[in-house]
Design a binder for this molecule. Structure first.
Ligand code: EZ4
Ligand code: CO
Length: 402
């Protein structure tokens, strides 16, 4: 089953997406998401110039072989642009495998390990009252696990806060916005926020929180310890994982569970964190982690060490990646939870999909493959628009992790 055609579709229905479409000699098409937020065209060009010529004529059934061909064959291994490109090809090949077997992909991954993929949503607010209101609204939509973010008083640019009732979307058109970050007020405020939330909503609700890589290890240890009375489901990205030893410092001081990995691009980013049991949830995505092929291996390693999956599911991953995450989460034994940030209506119209949300969970639907298509005519009405994630500075002007 030879691959005869490969196309890269760039569109911007509210935000930018890059999509790879592979076509086989018998006319089966497979879709792969290739979106790298803020660096979209680098992946589009990598695929067009360097990957498409390599995969035309290859057997679409040889998924594992193609993955290693692209991973080892590049010589310059890893890196987000390379791994996002390989992830897109891998996703598209699994889509083709599912369609040619006439089965949803989770049926090729060992079948369903559970009835549904539990999802958590985002509740955020410029004030504590707004965050409490947002949690209540999301509970009414059926969510039983909610990520809570709130602007630190006096710091309107705190990560994760939407503008004027809109949905939170970090990338903005034009050049990067500069935001201001201050650690100490945040460390004092975060436990006050979760104290209020527990008081209002009781012990039953699962609460998550994203630190977004902004702390140093000992600061993260202090945060984790100060949040212990409110028993979070997880504290996400407390420090950057470039310094893996940082997680040891956190672990020495707190029992608050730790999640990390939305920027990981291979098992080499996390094998020590897993084997030393320094984390509890692995957030690598099917896309930026290099595809379903390597994600299954990461999950298998994590399973041995009681680490569960909690895949990134922000809106900068297209519905193609969301579908892959739902099939993966339904099948993998050590699934923990799936992030769910619903896409805009514009995005859902461009990418009609079989997966759906109901009562706090995601369901893959019955379509063969990933169950996602792209309306190319509609996509063409939304041309690419340059957009960047913000950057952060400290009060004295020093650049900080955003
Ligand atoms: O800021 O995906 O947990 N979710 C997140 C996201 C990230 C964006 C960056 O592109 O941290 O909102
Ligand atoms: Co995050």
């Amino acid at each position: 089953m030879k691959i005869t055609d490969a196309r890269i579709i760039v569109c911007s229905p509210g935000r930018n997406f890059v999509t790879l479409e592979l076509v086989t000699e018998d006319g089966i098409t497979g879709l792969g998401d290739a979106t790298l937020n803020g660096r979209e065209l680098a992946v589009a060009s990598y695929l067009t110039e360097h990957v498409v010529p390599l995969i035309i004529g290859r057997d679409a059934r040889r998924i594992e072989d193609t993955w290693h061909y692209l991973y080892k064959g590049v010589y310059w291994r890893r890196g987000s642009v390379t791994m996002t490109s390989i992830g897109a090809v891998d996703m598209a090949l699994w889509d083709i495998a599912g369609k040619s077997a006439n089965k949803p992909i989770y049926q090729l991954l060992g079948g369903a390990s559970r009835e549904a993929v539990r999802a958590y949503c985002h509740a955020n607010g410029a004030t504590v009252d707004e965050t409490l209101q947002s949690i209540a609204d999301h509970q009414r939509q059926g969510y039983t696990a909610i990520r809570a973010q709130c602007a630190t008083p006096g710091q309107p640019d705190t990560y994760g806060i939407a503008k004027g009732g809109q949905r939170y979307e970090p990338a903005e058109r034009g050049l990067p916005r500069e935001t201001l970050w201050s650690t100490e007020p945040y460390l004092q405020f975060a436990p006050q926020l979760f104290e209020r939330i527990r008081r209002e909503f009781g012990p039953g609700l699962d609460l998550l929180h994203d630190v977004h890589h902004r702390l140093r290890p000992i600061e993260a240890a202090r945060l984790g310890r100060s949040l212990e009375p409110f028993h979070l489901f997880w504290m996400e990205d407390p420090v950057t994982a470039e310094l893996q030893e940082g997680f040891r410092v956190i672990r020495q001081h707190t029992t608050t569970p730790v999640a990390v990995g939305e920027v990981f691009d291979s098992i080499f980013d996390c094998y020590r964190l897993i084997q030393e049991q320094l984390i509890d949830y692995l957030r690598a995505t099917v896309l930026h982690g290099g595809g379903l092929t390597p994600l299954r291996k990461m999950a298998a390693l994590a399973e041995m060490y009681h680490v569960r999956t909690g895949c990134h599911g922000a809106t900068d991953l297209s519905p193609v990646t969301m579908a892959a995450a739902v099939h993966f989460g339904l099948s993998v034994h050590n699934f923990g939870i799936q992030e769910h940030m619903p896409h805009s209506e514009e995005t859902d119209r461009v990418f009609p999909h079989a997966y759906s949300y109901r009562d706090g969970s995601l369901y893959p639907g019955d379509e063969p493959g990933l169950g996602v298509t792209i309306d190319e005519a509609l996509a063409a009405t939304y041309p690419y628009q340059r957009a960047y994630l913000p950057v952060a500075r400290l009060g004295d002007g020093t650049i900080h992790s955003w």
